[in-house]
Design a protein around this ligand. Sequence first.
Ligand code: FAD
Length: 380
Amino acid sequence: MQSVAVIGASAAGLFAAYLLARKGVDVRVFEQAERLDPTPRTLIVTSRMRDLLGPIGERAVVNEIRRFELCTDGRVGTIQLERPDLVIERSVLVRELAGHAEAAGARMLVGRRFVGLEASGEGLTFAVERIREGGTEGTYAGTVIGADGAFSAVARAGGWPQLATLTLIQATVRLPPDLPPDTTRIWFIPEDTPYFYWLIPESPTRGVLGLIGEGRRETSRRLDRFLKTRRLEPIEFQAARIPGYARWVPIHQRVGEGDVYLVGDAAGQVKVTTVGGLVTGFRGALGVAEAILNGGASRELTALRRELNIHLLIRRALHHFAQKDYVRVLDLLNRSAQRSLGAHTRDEAGKLLRHLCLLRPRFLLLGLRVLLTALSQRRP
Ligand SMILES: Cc1cc2nc3c(=O)[nH]c(=O)nc-3n(C[C@H](O)[C@H](O)[C@H](O)COP(=O)(O)OP(=O)(O)OC[C@H]3O[C@@H](n4cnc5c(N)ncnc54)[C@H](O)[C@@H]3O)c2cc1C
């Protein structure tokens, strides 16, 4: 029987473990934390999560979003979603995935930190530090999957370079009275961030307000200032560094006769338009499971690569948008363009872009103009 060791018991790793274990693969999951009790984090995902996980993720859904409100320079545009986005609590999702992986036959080994690997016979021997008891043990597996996040020790051991990362920080706040709980508000303020600020309701009274930036200190300072100008009191903060997708990371390496794969944040599988990594990490896990079960081939990975590259292209244009460009985008958002944006999710960027450009070719022209201006300014 094939033996697979998954390093990291979070979203991507546990989904890969579940998919493989239910096909009869001998799966062990190694997690450095001593208990499967991840810190709470409120996330928003598209309905694609339901397509991928089926009922597994349902208990983690705390709210549904039916409308996006886009704000820039005093203007507001709204997009009605055909299928609601899901607001989820990551700690519940991780526990649910762990339960399903175990029920399918995967074994969970907590308090075990991966520290290195080497080729051994027909597979790999890898070293795992025992957190509570102390000491290191050597373990054997035919295949190792690194699902250990943005600073993956498996990637390091397999010879992959460290990925560049971004800071994501958000504060839990009481919802302002003018924001309905089924609406996410986005602010584009390019002088503060080439990304955006968001306010995502997690219940009728509470939400998370956050932003993406480069350095932790500067990003926190901007968030504090933004909270103050809107008279919102932070209740608690959630933050971590997330990889910013810069190019497709080959997800497989041979080490001697053994196989090493990467999934999720460890492989930089993050949509760089919105810096959302959950659905794309699940798709990466599905792709790696397909590759292991089918001896290398995976249509999911080909599709995921295409999707992440389209997000990169859009990000390259957005990164140089000035306030006036966002104002133009909102002005271009006529009814048919709004319908197209509401009908396609962020997890089908290719279709979305094609529809928008057919409906409103000026979207494409605007993006191209900004991109070309940015490129010409870079020349000496
Ligand atoms: C504030 C914030 C808001 C976010 N909002 C969104 C959002 O709205 N939508 C969205 O899609 N994404 C969002 N993200 C990104 C999303 O959370 C991540 O992309 C996703 O959680 C990555 O999952 P993962 O399983 O790949 O890795 P991780 O969740 O990072 O898990 C890695 C696991 O590996 C374990 N580990 C690490 N090193 C070792 C080791 N050496 N040995 C053993 N175990 C190890 C860790 O303890 C952890 O359990 C947000 C991130 C942040 C910080």
